[in-house]
Design a protein around this ligand. Structure first.
Ligand code: GRF
Length: 191
């Protein structure tokens, strides 16, 4: 099973997925990195693995359809089966969604439908919830609105800082994402 990772940032989830493949826990292959941030840390990590990449700057294009058309070409050239968003800070448009129906997944650092969008960790702290966590979901045209595939909770301890909660959530993301991708690959749409 051939995966493309879409990422805009640090790439710790990319690394966790890559690691799970290397240990045999996840039976898949990462064949392409797509990033909309030419300076992102994730690119250095992908380069260490000599991973093929498509890096673009949205400012160089008239609209989303234009750069997503190029992305689709790259995905097809690399025969990608699944698109795994790992901190890709951009809404996916119809060009990609129509070509990869129920084949695009995302991970979000809250228990959706609570706290969609930017700074989910900050939003959770602000709201004073005692429980937050992470959600893996199919991607649709909305902001973190697609059908939920898997969730895991994290207890918000009194006085916890944003960084502490983020670290705690990312720790479980790094386990849950590879595990869930493996289940999806094995069971397809049936779970
Ligand atoms: C993750 O916490 C994920 O939930 C969110 O963006 C973050 C990406 O982190 N969508 P990283 O780039 O994988 O380290």
């Amino acid at each position: 099973t051939r995966l493309a990772i879409f990422a805009s940032g640090t790439g710790s989830n990319y690394q966790a997925i890559d690691q799970a493949i290397k240990t045999g826990e996840l039976d898949a292959e990462i064949v392409l990195l797509v990033s909309d941030q030419p300076g992102a840390k994730v690119i250095e990590k992908a380069d260490e693995n000599q991973l093929a990449k498509f890096i673009f700057d949205p400012k160089d294009y008239q609209n989303k359809c234009e750069f997503e058309t190029e992305i689709v070409n790259e995905l097809q050239a690399h025969q990608v089966d699944w698109i795994v968003l790992a901190g890709y800070m951009r809404l996916v448009g119809p060009t990609l969604l129509n070509q990869y129906q129920r084949r695009i997944i995302n991970i979000h650092p809250s228990l959706l439908p609570a706290f969609p969008g930017l700074d989910a960790v900050g939003q959770a702290l602000e709201a004073g919830v005692k429980l937050s966590g992470t959600t893996i979901h199919y991607v649709d045209s909305g902001m973190d609105t697609g059908e939920i595939i898997a969730q895991e909770s994290v207890r918000v301890k009194p006085g916890m800082t944003r960084e502490e909660l983020q670290t705690a959530i990312q720790k479980i993301e790094h386990e849950l994402y590879p595990k869930t991708i493996q289940r999806l690959i094995l069971e397809g749409d049936s779970f």
